[in-house]
Design a protein around this ligand. Structure first.
Ligand code: CDV
Length: 315
């Protein structure tokens, strides 16, 4: 049996601070058309796709309002919604959301092939810091600009069980496992990952390796497809990782972007391939041992962990 879905990752090159929403949406529409021309039924755009990665500057929160959307679609993004519906292509778009009651989230918004919202996911793992830290080459003040979300929902869409995660979420095994326990078959992940990792530069040359390592492991250990899609290239002087990828439940990369700019990669995936892994090695009902995992759900860390001499840096 086969359940085919043709999916695309629409990688983006940089969005500079001076780029307008309309210019960015024009790029998104071009990427969407490119994907549709290759028969894509679903297109994943990156995290914070509509703006530059503004947490690299620390400013008073009210001054950052220009980077948030307050409704979606809006006058700037409507052309993307219209073109997607005309082409019969669904998509997931990352952006900063400011709600009517003043909460700010880093979100991923999924839309079906008829232009209807499937769901909006709020980034759970918020990396970086809150205040200005002069020792950094550039800031990563996500914790100033975003509250965390508190769940990893899945939805039935595109004939599959789908879920979303955003950037730093992809490094945490719990992200995939929570969705895996809900039977996820396709996890869509957008990211902005600077190559330079200020708290520990020994990790800088390993960014590309770690990116694929975590997504391939998440796919394999949960028997799910994963789409990882970057906003890469040099944005406001900061070089970010590209290497967007579509990953099979085997953990193998089936398509990978080869540039650091706007580029579409497409794969026809067979959703029933997820069953091989979900029904054998990772048959959760049969082989998981939740009683041995209690500490994961309890929160906090053990006393032994607290005694470790860890550097006072967090990102
Ligand atoms: N946008 C991100 O979440 N970036 C983080 C960086 C700061 C480590 C990441 O995990 O890629």
């Amino acid at each position: 049996m086969t359940r085919y879905l043709t999916v695309a990752a629409a990688q983006m090159g940089p969005v500079q601070r001076a780029d307008t929403r309309d210019e960015v949406v024009e790029r998104l529409v071009l990427l969407l058309r490119d994907a549709a021309a290759q028969n894509a039924q679903f297109v994943a755009f990156p995290e914070l796709a509509l703006t530059t990665f503004f947490p690299r500057w620390v400013m008073p929160i009210e001054e950052a309002d220009e980077f948030y959307e307050t409704e979606m679609p809006n006058a700037h993004t409507q052309p993307l919604w219209d073109e997607a519906r005309r082409l019969g292509v669904g998509f997931a778009l990352g952006y900063a959301l400011k709600t009517s009651d003043n909460h700010r989230y880093n979100v991923y918004h999924m839309v079906d092939r008829a232009g209807q919202t499937v769901g909006v996911y709020r980034k759970v793992h918020i990396p970086g810091h809150h205040d200005y830290e002069p020792w950094r080459l550039f800031q990563h003040a996500e914790r100033r600009y975003f509250e965390p979300g508190h769940e990893f929902p899945v939805w039935n869409a595109f004939g599959a069980v789908v879920g979303m995660a955003i950037c730093n979420d992809r490094r945490w095994s719990e992200t995939y496992r929570v969705m895996g326990l809900s039977g996820v078959e396709l996890v869509v992940i957008g990211y902005n990952t600077p190559l330079h990792y200020a708290p520990d530069p020994t990790q800088t040359p390993l960014q590309a390796f770690h990116n694929h390592l975590v997504m391939q492991a998440g796919a394999y250990q949960n028997g799910t497809y994963v789409i990882g899609v970057a906003k890469g290239g040099v944005e406001e002087g900061v070089e970010s990782l590209a290497q967007s990828a579509i990953i099979a439940p085997s953990g193998q990369i089936v398509r990978q972007a080869v540039t650091t700019g706007d580029e579409v990669i497409v794969a026809r995936i067979d959703l029933d391939q997820t069953k091989f892994y979900k029904g054998t090695l990772f048959d959760f009902e049969r082989y998981r041992v939740p009683a041995a995992y209690r500490r994961i759900a309890e929160g906090g860390v053990a006393a032994e962990y607290e005694r470790l001499q860890l550097p006072d840096l967090a990102d």
